[in-house]
Design a protein around this ligand. Structure first.
Ligand code: HEC
Ligand code: HEC
Length: 487
């Protein structure tokens, strides 16, 4: 315990971003609420493919749990998606995956003039995380499309008028990309308590080929993001606001240096809890934003072409390039995706790994269980999905922001989130990322090359967990990793 305490003191001293400790009156109250609802709110029995009932731990998302561990595991509809719903799922999937072009064809056109990817699926291949070409090619300059989003901001927090918030590094013929990203890495080796070594690579980014005024490296911050997995999107949109408020009140563990908080976003004058994105700074599944900012496809919510009003004044096609009705099909597709069931839950080593997950206090942020609210989420064009209501879910996230230390600080604030604050990434489905996307890059910018590195990058509020993991024996660490592989 002394080691742990020393760690916390150090963490608190080093912390650049302030952490808020909330009154702990709520903790007691929440304990009661939590236990009373632990056993589920909806008694549907779900059968596994072998005909036996799925257990509590296997059912990642209640009736939306699917039993697949193939490369389609993130990209399969929930079993209740039948008949007309299945047609809508397929339509949404196609709008999501079919490459947009720079033509005026309403179903596939509208790409650019400036863009980052050419379809949602180009970055979220199989509804997962496309490996950024950046890693093998060293940047978006050499290989073109990278599947990463590049955010840029002035050191004082403001935006660059000629560029906006996202650097669009692709363009259609006749327009110049806003700039190109280059990435290099420096590597350092460390040791676990038992003497085994591991290494971490720190990314360094620079931008060249600016289309307008060159911005000096000392004048900007660059934050790079790899795509997020689409596991549990519908469940995330069905989270109960009341439960999130309780989780935030409960997230106060001074003995481990942990204190999470909710992000809030104000849109159209309404202040709402943010849940999606790496800084929980969006309240929806960003379909309209994605079409606009990532693909350059204008829509009712974002009717202006990206880059409009900037020096280049790129000439896009006029008018709305995708309708809200079509975007709702994409929203429908994302909401109705099934969540893969946990696998091998009763294997001895997996159970040991699960215990180690709790011993290392991972569960204080990667919260195993939450519940969806009783009213159904509503999609962009008004469709309601009652199947998502009242489900016990195992996202392994509290959807809160945590200060993750200076090494992960990107100096970019979003909503209430400071540079060092990140939303706890939901871990459901993480064990299948390699099967689905063929790589094991993790964390917001993909700097971690495997699960061990992802853990060893945890700093700030995650420093105690990291240290507890570092001190485990090789067998205990391996068991914990094996447990993560079953999620
Ligand atoms: C250029 C690559 C790229 C394209 C194209 C793209 N995305 Fe993303 N997507 C990302 C990245 C990177 C993130 C993480 C963003 C962040 O947190 O800053 C993300 C995050 C998301 C999230 C949040 C997931 C979560 O767990 O909170 C959703 C939902 C999403 N994208 C949907 C879409 C849709 C729908 C489209 C098409 C309209 C799309 N994306 C197109 C790269 C892309
Ligand atoms: C203080 C809260 C906190 C604790 C404790 C914590 N994590 Fe995390 N974890 C996070 C946050 C926040 C992120 C996202 C960081 C980022 O992307 O830069 C994250 C990211 C991860 C990722 C990468 C996910 C991905 O898909 O990119 C893994 C794996 C992970 N954590 C595992 C663990 C394990 C295992 C433990 C215990 C040893 C642990 N975490 C403890 C908050 C926490």
């Amino acid at each position: 315990m002394t080691i742990v305490r020393r760690m916390i003191t150090r963490t608190l001293e080093q912390r650049k971003c302030k952490v808020y400790f909330k009154p702990c009156v709520f903790v007691l109250l929440f304990g009661l609420v939590c236990f009373s609802c632990e056993d589920g709110s909806d008694d549907v029995q779900i059968l596994k493919p072998d005909g036996t009932p799925a257990s509590y731990k296997e059912l990642s998302a209640g009736r939306s749990t699917i039993f697949s561990s193939s490369s389609r595991a993130y990209d399969t509809e929930s079993s209740w998606v039948t008949g007309d719903l299945a047609t809508r799922f397929t339509d949404g999937d196609m709008l999501y995956d079919d490459p947009r072009e720079s033509s005026s064809d309403p179903s596939t056109g509208g790409l650019g003039p400036l863009y980052v990817g050419y379809s949602c699926g180009s970055c979220h291949n199989n509804a997962g995380r496309t490996l950024p070409t950046l890693f093998s090619e060293g940047g978006s300059g050499k290989s073109g499309f990278s599947s990463m989003l590049i955010y840029i901001v002035r050191k004082d927090g403001g935006y660059f008028r000629q560029y906006g918030r996202v650097l669009q590094d692709q363009s259609i013929v006749g327009t110049v990309p806003e700039g190109k990203l280059k990435a290099t890495y420096t590597e350092e080796t460390f040791t676990f308590a038992d003497g085994e070594t591991y290494s971490l690579q720190t990314p360094h980014y620079s931008i060249s080929e600016w289309y307008a005024d060159s911005i000096r490296p000392e004048d900007l911050y660059i934050s790079v993001r790899i795509p997020l997995r689409h596991v549990g999107m519908g469940q995330m949109m069905a989270l109960s606001e009341n439960e999130l408020l309780k989780v935030a009140a409960q997230s106060n563990y001074p003995e481990y240096g942990i204190s999470g908080r909710l992000n809030y976003v104000t849109e159209k004058g309404v202040r709402k809890i943010g849940v999606s994105g790496n800084k929980a700074n969006h309240t929806d599944l960003t379909v309209e934003l994605g079409f606009s900012s990532d693909l350059g496809v204008t829509n009712d919510r974002y009717p202006e072409e990206v880059g409009e009003g900037q020096m280049q004044s790129p000439h896009g096609l006029n008018g709305i390039q995708i309708t809200t009705k079509e975007m709702e099909e994409v929203d429908f597709y994302l909401h109705t995706l099934g969540v893969p069931a946990r696998r091998f839950v009763n294997y001895a080593e997996v159970k040991k790994g699960e215990e180690n997950f709790y011993k290392a206090k991972c569960d204080l942020c990667h919260l195993p269980t939450l519940h969806t609210r009783s009213d159904a989420p509503t999609l962009l064009n008004g469709t309601r999905l009652p199947w998502l209501a009242n489900q016990v879910i195992h996202p392994y996230s509290d959807y809160l922001l945590h200060d993750m230390g200076s090494a992960l600080d990107d100096h970019l604030s979003a909503g209430l989130a400071y540079g060092c604050e990140w939303r706890t990434t939901p871990l459901w489905g993480i064990g299948l990322q390699e099967v689905v996307n063929g790589h094991t890059r993790f964390l917001h910018d993909g700097r971690a090359r495997n699960l061990t590195e992802a853990i060893m990058w945890h700093g700030g509020e995650g420093a105690v967990s990291r240290e507890l993991f570092r001190r485990m024996s090789k067998d205990d660490r391996r068991a914990l990793l094996l447990f993560l592989e079953t999620l």
